[in-house]
Design a protein around this ligand. Structure first.
Ligand code: DX5
Ligand code: ZN
Length: 220
């Protein structure tokens, strides 16, 4: 059994009070913090770099999960880990040599994840599933918070879970995009155990209540 973990995505928080927001989700029961790194190239949006990750690191002891939506992940991985990232995922769509990137992350003592866009099939990452610590299944097209969950992601999660069982592998399954208290349960049933939620947490009034409800639905 894999432990269920709720991962608020800071992209949807109020950055004018970043530390307060981090403390609030920490108190509300977050298991880790999801950090969306965008380069304006792989995705049409620009967000945070290692400098901000380092500032976030000084605000919390929660594990930091860096989701690199950038064209050249290898160039920045060490910097993100030095800044305090404990988990680093990169997109298979841009990777020239995923095995080398996975090794780079793991050698630096972080967990390595491979991220898949909604239109990218599992076949593109099968060779790497025995090596990685987690798969990040995108359930929206990467680039922005607040989009609608793409239902076909559920099949991908189900297939990944089946594949993991048959091959006796141990990677975790993270789902990211459009997750709310109302739909988190079905992603858990499909087989995900790390749940990223941006607007689904930060656009609600009471983070504690929202995370509690999410946790209940995940464990049903
Ligand atoms: C999208 C990001 C997501 C996003 C999730 O590119 O990878 O992590 O912040 O936000 P919501 O939960 O609002 O879809
Ligand atoms: Zn993300």
């Amino acid at each position: 059994m894999f432990k269920s973990k709720i991962a608020p995505s800071l992209l949807s928080c109020d950055f004018s009070k970043l530390k307060d927001e981090i403390k609030a989700v920490e108190k509300a029961g977050a298991d880790l913090l999801h950090l969306d790194v965008m380069d304006g190239h792989f995705v049409p949006n620009l967000t945070i770099g290692p400098f901000i990750v380092e500032a976030i690191r000084r605000c919390t002891d929660l594990p930091l999960d860096a989701h690199l939506m950038i064209q050249y992940p290898d160039r920045y991985i060490k910097e993100f880990i030095l800044a305090g990232a404990n988990m680093v995922s990169f997109h298979v769509e841009v990777s020239i040599n995923p095995k080398a990137t996975i090794e780079l992350i793991q050698k630096s003592k972080a967990k390595a994840g491979l991220a898949l866009n909604p239109d990218t099939p599992i076949s593109t990452i099968k060779d790497f599933l025995p090596l990685i610590d987690y798969v990040l299944v995108m359930s929206v097209h990467p680039g922005f918070a607040g989009q609608t969950f793409i239902e076909s992601s559920l099949e991908k999660i189900i297939d990944l879970k089946k594949y993991r069982t048959v091959r006796k592998l141990s990677f975790e399954i993270e789902v990211d995009g459009g997750i709310k208290a109302a739909n988190i349960g079905k992603t858990a049933k499909a087989g995900a155990n790390i749940f990223v939620a941006g607007s689904g947490i930060f656009k609600t009034k009471d983070y504690g209540k929202t995370i509690l409800q999410m946790r209940r639905d995940v464990n049903l």
